[in-house]
Design a protein around this ligand. Sequence first.
Ligand code: TYD
Ligand code: MG
Length: 481
Amino acid sequence: MVGTGREGRGTNPEEGGAPFSLLGMAKTRTRFSCTECGNDTPRWQGQCPACQAWNSLVEEVVPKASRRADGLPGVVTRTTGAPPVRLRDVRGGQGARWSSGLGEFDFVLGGGIVPGSVVLVGGEPGIGKSTILLQVAAQLEAAEHSTLYVSGEESAMQVKLRADRLGPAAGDVLTYAETELESILARASELAPAVLLIDSIQTVYTPDLEGAPGNVGQVRECAARLQRFAKETGTAVFLVGHVTKGGGIAGPKTLEHIVDTVLYFEGTGSLDHRVLRATKNRFGGVDEIGVFEMTAVGLVPVANPSALFLSDRSEARSGSSVVATMEGTRPLLVEVQALAARASYGAPQRVTTGFDHKRLALLLAVLEKRAGISFAQLDVFLNVVGGLRIVETAGDAAVAAALASSVYDRPVPPDAVIIGELGLGGELRSVGQLERRLSEAARMGFRVAYISPKARPAKLPSGLRVVETQDVRALIGSLFP
Ligand code: TYD
Ligand code: MG
C-alpha cells in the first residue's frame, strides 16, 4: 500500500481509480488542486484546466463538508478541539524549553526545543541529518525526556550501527521502522514521547492519498497531520527533509509554511565542518548558525568558528581578503578569494561560489568606473572559503579589495579586515553591528580595520586601529600604496 507511483509526471492517473472505494469502505475523498490558481479537479491532469499551468496539480484530501443540525450544508455549528483561552491563562513560556544537550543546536533553535513545535531539518544526503537527530534523541533520553525515532529510510539495525558510534546514551533511544503515517501516529499517541523524530518526511505516506511517498501531496498532507499531532499533544516533532538539486526542501515550499522552524545543514563535501542555519524560526532569530565538525563520534560543536574558517590562511597571498560578517547575532570572520586571469578567448568568465553573481557584476562595474581597474579582458573567479555564503552587502569592500589585489598581484596586509558596503558611486557605506564585528576581528588577532568614516564606533576594541576610507579608490590606494 505505497500508492500507485503516479507522482511521476505524465503518467495516466485515471487508470486504476480509487482502490479503497472498491471495498465499499468510507474512503477519504481526495481532489487535485492547482498550486498556481487554486482550481480543483477530481482527476489528475497534466495541465490545469482553469489557468493552463502545466504540472501544477497536487493531490489533497477534501475536507469533510460541514452540515447544519437540519442536515443541510452550511455554516459550521459544531465545535471541535480546545476552547479559546485568554493569553494570560496559557501555560508554559520561555522556561518550558528542553535542552537538546548540544549547545549549538539549542542556540540555533533559539534556546532549546519548544514543546509542541515542529522543526524541519533539511540538507543534502550524507551531510549529517540522521546523525544529529540521533545525537539529540540520545541526549534527551539521558535527560529523561522520552523519544521515538521513526526511521523510514534505514532498518533498526542500520540505526543501531550509527548509534554505536555515538556512544552508550544512544542505546536508550526507542526506534521504530515504519513509513505509514497512521501507524506512526497510533504508536506515538500510545507511547506519548516528549520528542518524535521522523527520518524522513519523504518516506512517510498516508493511504488516504493515492500518490507514492515523497510526492508533493503526500509530503504536505503527512506534515500537516504531524503538525496537528504536535499541537494537540505537546510533542515536539522533528522532520528530516531531503533537499533537491535546486536547494529547496524536496517537495513543496508549503512544507516550510507548515512547520515552525526550518534548519538547513550547509557544508562542503571536502571539509568536515557543517553549518546548521535557521532559515525560519517562530521561536527565535533567523539566520542564526551553529557550526559543527563531523568526527568519528558524531557531530561536535565548534567553539571558535572564525578560527576554523581562517585556519588555512598562513601566508600573505594576493587575491585574498577577510571580512567580518554577521551570522544572525554572531560575528564571523570569513576569507574571500579572488582570481583575475587573462581571458583566453570569447567573453570573459565570471564564476562565483558563495557570493551573488549579480553583486559581483555590480562590484566589477564599480571598480572599473570608480577605481579605474578594468576587468574587460579578465576572467574573474570568486570564492568564499569553507563553503560559506556571504549574503550581506557588508562583504562588498572586502570582495573589491580581493579583486584589486589579484589584478595587482599584491597581497592585502594579512592583519587587515575590511568591512563595508559599496555604493554605485564607489562610496564606502556603513553597516550594522560594527562594534561586534570589530571585537571579533580584534579577538582573532587582526590589527587594522578598513571602515567607512560614518561608521566609526565610539569605543574601539584594544589592539585594533581603524582606517576610515571614503570610497573604493581611497581603499585601494591605502591597501596597495
Ligand atoms: P547521515 O547523518 O547519515 O546523513 P544524512 O542523514 O543527512 O543523509 O551522515 C552520514 C555521514 O556522516 C556518513 O558519511 C558517515 C558520517 N559519519 C561520521 O563521520 N561520524 C559519525 O559518527 C557518524 C554517525 C556518521
Ligand atoms: Mg539520513
